[in-house]
Design a binder for this molecule. Sequence first.
Ligand code: ZN
Length: 442
Amino acid sequence: MAVRIRDAPLSATVSLRDEVTELLQELIRLDTVNPPGNETRAAELLRDYLEEDGVACELYAKEPERANLVARIPGSGDGPRLALLSHTDTVLADPAEWKVDPWSGELRDGEIWGRGALDMKGQVAASAVAMASLAREGFRPGGDLIFVAAADEEVGVDIGLSWLCAEHPEAVRAEYSLNEGAGDRVVIGERPFYLASTAEKMSSPFTLRVRGRSGHASMPGIADNALVKAARMIQQLGEYTPEPRLEPEVSALFEAVVGAPPENAAQVLETARAVDPLAAELVEPLVGLTFSPTMITASQKRNVIPALCEVTVDCRLLPGQPQTEAEEVVREVLGAGDYELEWVEGYGGTRSAMEGPLWDAIVSWVADTEPDAAVAPICLAGFTDSHWMRDAFGTVAYGFFPLRYMDPQVATRLVHSADERARVDDLELGVEFLRYAAQAMS
Ligand SMILES: [Zn+2]
């Protein structure tokens, strides 16, 4: 794979801004839609790019076409290791919905267009440029500076970071890590905040098996329709709102915005609604578990009343909240009845402390970059690869990649959607932040 960036005769004078722009364009042009992924293309491009500046690279692949890249600037002593985490796969894109070819990497009005620009090839490119530029300058951290461009984050069939943590732990072990998840600049009240994610809810979907008795659909009275029974339960779960609970991240977020710690969770919700609808949207999923019924199957025949109806419920638990507790809630909401509950899986639900050198680095970078702004921690309602690092090594893992110039609400709508694009200004800022964090940790 040719890396055109360094073919330019004046490469020494190419700015980091140009470098990250071109690298992101090249990454977007490699189709890594998962499935099937084919992330090896991206891993090889990044390896070729990084090795030119002497960064040691290793490809780890459970399947040859789906390699993970791990690059490293070795530390000089026994300082803490910092891992810059990312993933190279993307979700699919339907060109018919887009204004440009989703794999064009077109630069238009200061924005780079294409699938993965925000989620998350932009951060992949910025991390690689931070590594390469630091290596060029002879940067020697105290502990290893590690860059992981993992495969398979979007689907999760255990060939990406989860597999690396289990099968090649020494390659990726780190005391600290930075990943996707947050970094958005939001204005709450009148003040700007940069969100830093320090925790994630647990993705904990379950299947509800509702039992009845089959019969001919022409005579409903002789049967017991499982689909009709399930409908009532779906409604009950859909209407459920949990008793609000005060978690440390929400408490710290409140304190950052209001200036004093909250008394209870109800006060947080009330204040959030009064301050800003955006604040309320942020906080509501973080004060309790959520149920979202999303899939249903019942009879396979129009004229047969189903004896069984299966409802899949997307359920998110607070960090550390056990499934047994959620099951009690479900039984309380639904009451007694002909149903069984089966957990499909449980991923995530981990947190890191909102203090220490990496936290301080984020806080001081924000203070330097925009003195009026502050950092606010957040628990993510979704799941990222940070979980695997926390789980395997007790890594202090944060989601932080600054998004200052693009409106975060616009960005949120573009992720996994048509016309995804990233502002070059944000990418340049991202490179600056990652370089700053690496230097602050050394
Ligand atoms: Zn992502």
